[in-house]
Ligand binder design. Structure first.
Ligand code: ADP
Ligand code: MG
Length: 317
């Protein structure tokens, strides 16, 4: 059984009247890439800040590496690497100096530190920018610097809070691959995002959070099994009579049918030949149709069933 690295129990955090975390619990084991997936404002950053003892909270307990977390628990803090949502580097220090500064908070031995700083630079691919000041870096390169500063001291637990927001696709892929590489090298990872595709791609387990509550937790396959949706069929049709929609909705295994903006969306639970039977309803009535898709459930479908709203709709807001 893998060691427990983080254990949060019944955490409650209020900002005045607002309940940012509402009896929030989770347990993270050694070696995981653990994803906190939730829309903006769901409480991800608040949970991270409580975990790091940067915020006080109203109720609950937090243990990291088996010890109670506290602001002065430097032994535990030294084993954590943090990459905050808002890039936090010194504008008056170069890339090299920034990484050296943050690494120096934990690694006092100069020879070792030089090696670690160099490794961090290579890891994020900033070899050609070591003498640059942060202001001269693009958004993606700045993110990579932020990451290098957080990981140079080789922490056992690495927390990344939305590290890919406003990052170009190339840097984004590099960041996601980098996270997996850090994990292969032995680090346990906590990764927050509101992009379900990223979380699906890299996380071993995922907690779906909304309004400060941990609504569901598991591997992506476990989460998808929690819901009744097994298939969503989308068909492009110019127009469709109400009677045909009702007929489709009456098919076995179909539990929801909607028509909007030239797209017919059919949600199914179980069954094997749903698409064929749906198309049968259309061809019986000689209703022309365009493109047809059949999709397996995504984390968006899980989110939809546990919260009643789309995760996609909340992006960027
Ligand atoms: P996320 O990181 O998932 O976007 P946050 O943890 O930043 O969510 O925010 C959770 C909720 O707490 C939001 O409703 C947000 O507006 C509120 N909040 C966050 N920080 C503060 C603060 N310092 N004071 C008051 N409310 C806050
Ligand atoms: Mg946040």
């Amino acid at each position: 059984m893998a060691k427990t690295i983080v254990k949060i129990e019944n955490l409650v955090k209020r900002y005045k009247e607002l309940i940012a975390l509402d009896h929030f619990s989770l347990e993270i084991k050694e070696g995981e890439v653990f994803g906190l997936l939730g829309p903006n404002g769901s409480g991800k950053t608040t949970a991270i800040n409580c975990l790091l003892s940067l915020l006080t909270f109203d109720k609950g307990t937090i243990e990291v590496f088996g010890e109670e977390m506290a602001p002065d628990n430097y032994k535990v803090k030294g084993q954590i690497g943090v990459i905050m949502q808002n890039v936090a580097v010194f504008d008056e220090l170069t890339v090299y100096e920034n990484i050296d500064y943050f690494c120096g908070l934990y690694i006092k031995d100069k020879t070792l530190r030089k090696k670690y700083v160099q490794e961090a630079i290579e890891f994020v691919g900033l070899e050609n920018f070591t003498k640059f000041y942060p202001k001269k870096l693009s958004g993606g390169l700045l993110r990579r610097l932020n990451i290098a500063c957080g990981i140079a001291h080789k922490p056992k637990l690495i927390i990344l809070d939305e590290p890919t927001v406003a990052v170009d696709p190339q840097s984004r892929n590099r960041i996601l691959e980098g996270i997996q590489e850090l994990n292969r090298q032995g680090a346990t990872i906590i990764y927050t995002s509101h992009y379900m595709e990223e979380v699906e791609q890299i996380c071993t387990r995922i907690a779906i959070i909304d309004k400060g509550k941990n609504l569901a937790i598991g591997t992506k396959d476990e989460l998808k099994k929690l819901i009744r949706n097994t298939e969503t069929i989308t068909i492009e049709v110019l127009d469709i009579p109400e009677e045909a929609v009702t007929a489709i909705n009456g098919l076995e295994h179909v539990y929801e049918t909607s028509f909007e903006d030239g797209r017919l969306t059919i949600r199914c639970s179980g069954g094997r030949h749903n698409l064929i039977r749906v198309l049968g309803v259309l061809s019986d009535r000689e209703i022309p149709f365009g493109r047809v898709y059949s999709e397996q459930p995504t984390l968006n479908d899980v989110f939809l069933e546990v919260t009643g709203k789309e995760l996609r709709d909340t992006e960027g807001k």
